[in-house]
Ligand binder design. Structure first.
Ligand SMILES: [Zn+2]
Ligand SMILES: [Zn+2]
Length: 344
């Protein structure tokens, strides 16, 4: 029997067992899932703000072991440990040829049915693939963060920092925090994280990863000036999902600085004042992950970064056994867990 966390309708999450997993199809690899993280988009499917009939998968942040491969397995063999990210794109379309592999095509049919079940198929062909091998030095639970780490790494790449640059990250969700961890690895100077909820601030502070964790208030802004200097931060990252906070990211960045938007916004900004973009000669950059980042040997550049950052990454993971999966979703929703990962 295979364990499954089934989303039957918005709000209706159930633990089920199924006789057998999906039968192997051409162009896919079968993965026995060991750990699957909960993403904000999974919560949106659960609460109904995202439409389940349009999304073919539930759970896209997982790791496991390859059990079966179709005709062209792209080098994957049974027994290999793998995790999901956008690993390969076609290389032929306009987007791929113009440095935008993250726009190659929709990920919607990549995972059948996704990682909240013990067995899933993953699309894996020479022109589109979603699996990267996990190195021996990284455990399955940490490796399940590969997909969000890939998106966070894209934010860090769009930040285009120089060594020693001071960075302010708005948003203490997994995306903001992993982006901050990646920027630290890339040689950022001071990193100040800004959050709204005191409990979450305390959680982020306790990890000891960042130079400061502050509230988005007068006191917090004073601390930012103290750490980054009166000119402001070299780079600000907006990863709260709240459009209004973009105005804070624009206010806190120095003249000639860079603002990276790594948020999925639902809504608009009231009374938005665009003048600082001109006055401070700002660069605004979007960061829509996941994006393909490979080393010259073909392995995942993001996995490489995760190996180096694993001590920090482990501090933000809350692990739940399958039988406690509903609690994991609750804690992900309430913010009790920065990144909730369910093990099978
Ligand atoms: Zn995700
Ligand atoms: Zn393409």
């Amino acid at each position: 029997m295979l364990k499954k966390i089934a989303l039957l309708a918005p709000g209706d999450l159930q633990l089920q067992t199924v006789e057998e997993g999906p039968a192997l199809q051409s162009g896919t690899v079968k993965v026995h899932v060991s750990a699957c993280g909960i993403c904000g988009s999974d919560l949106a499917l659960l609460n109904g703000t995202r439409d389940m009939t349009k999304e073919l998968y539930f759970g896209h942040e997982f790791s496991g072991v390859v059990t079966e491969t179709a005709d062209d397995s792209c080098g994957f063999q049974p027994g290999m440990r793998v995790a999901t990210e956008l690993a390969r794109t076609c290389g032929q379309c306009w987007n791929c040829r113009n440095g935008l592999p993250n726009y190659c095509r929709s990920m919607n049919d990549a995972l059948l049915p996704g990682g909240f079940t013990e067995e899933t198929l993953v699309h894996s062909t020479p022109d589109y693939g979603f699996l990267s091998q996990i190195p021996d030095t990284l455990d399955d639970i940490t490796a399940s963060l590969l997909e969000p780490a890939n998106c966070a790494y894209h934010i860090a790449m769009q930040a285009n920092i120089k060594p020693g640059d001071n960075v302010v990250v708005f948003g203490l969700g997994a995306m903001g925090i992993i982006a901050a961890i990646m920027l630290k690895q890339l040689g950022a100077g001071a990193i100040v994280c800004v959050g709204r909820r005191p409990a979450r601030q305390e959680k982020a502070r306790q990890t000891g990863i960042f130079d400061a964790v502050v509230g988005n208030d007068e006191d917090g802004m004073a601390q930012i000036r103290q750490i980054c200097g009166e000119k402001g931060a070299d780079v600000t990252i907006e990863a709260t999902g709240s459009p209004q906070v973009l105005t804070d990211a624009i206010r806190v960045v120095r003249s000639g600085g860079r603002v990276v938007v790594g948020s999925v916004y639902h809504g608009t900004i009231r009374d938005f004042d665009p003048l600082p973009i001109f006055r401070k000669e700002l660069t605004l950059a979007g960061a829509k992950g996941p994006t393909v980042y490979r080393r010259t040997d073909g392995s995942s550049a993001v996995m490489y970064m995760m190996e180096r950052a694993q001590n920090d990454l482990k501090k933000i993971i809350s692990v739940y056994d399958y039988k406690d999966a509903l609690k994991a979703f609750e804690d992900a929703k309430s913010g009790e867990a920065i990144k909730a990962v369910i093990t099978f």
